[in-house]
Design a protein. Structure first.
Length: 213
């Protein structure tokens, strides 16, 4: 009589050295969960079902991961896990073994490859930053173009913007601003024309006291 444990068994698959499809060396370990569903076949169809399941899991792990790229190995583990579980389950089915779950636990890659991946990630972040800055400059140029169109239709807007700039400059008490009188006259004239209340300038009215006050 042979006693067979029908509970689910957690099988640690030793770390395997694999070469990915893009020629990157990696060290991968995994864990498989299986159970005996047909005790008689697990005894008479294979000498040691536990050892046999471990060996077939290791060879399948190397075979499947050797056909995958590094990006797939790092980013699509769920798909690889399902593929590994299906293949191992098909191979152990004649022994009365049912592989329920297989999970890749850890992927180790050489240090120089890790540094290369870090540089690649940094370059990608810099590229995104440049694209975002370029988009910001483009939007700003569009807004400046719209502003120039408005200022071109109303010269008083440019003069008011100039006054606002002078106010911003004059925040510092040590700043000296030279304000042209001609600009003030033109501003007064343009504002008056815009409001429909334009007044004649002193030099055109014949006033003998015309001048700057």
């Amino acid at each position: 009589m042979v006693r067979v444990d029908l509970r689910t068994i957690a099988l640690n698959i030793p770390p395997q050295e694999v070469i990915t499809n893009d020629n990157v060396p990696a060290r991968v370990n995994a864990v498989a969960y299986f159970k005996v569903v047909e005790p008689v076949r697990s005894v008479i169809a294979v000498e040691d079902f536990l050892q046999a399941t471990s060996e077939i899991s290791q060879t399948t792990l190397r075979s499947v991961l050797g056909k995958a790229d590094l990006d797939m190995l790092l980013g699509e583990r769920e798909k690889l896990n399902e593929n590994l579980q299906r293949i191992i389950d098909e191979q152990t089915e004649p022994w009365g073994i049912k592989v329920c779950i297989l999970e890749i636990k850890d992927v180790e890659i050489p240090g120089d490859m890790q540094r290369a991946m870090a540089r690649q990630a940094e370059a990608e972040r810099n590229r995104r930053a440049r694209v975002i800055n370029a988009e910001g400059e483009f939007q700003a140029s569009e807004r400046l173009y719209d502003a120039s169109e408005i200022i071109g239709r109303n010269p008083a807007a440019l003069q008011l913007r100039y006054l606002q700039t002078l106010a911003d400059i004059g925040v510092n008490q040590n700043t000296t601003v030279v304000f042209p009188i001609d600009l003030l006259k033109a501003l007064q004239q343009n504002v008056g024309e815009t409001n429909g209340a334009a007044r004649p300038r002193p030099e055109l009215s014949g006033d003998p006291q015309s001048g700057c006050r």
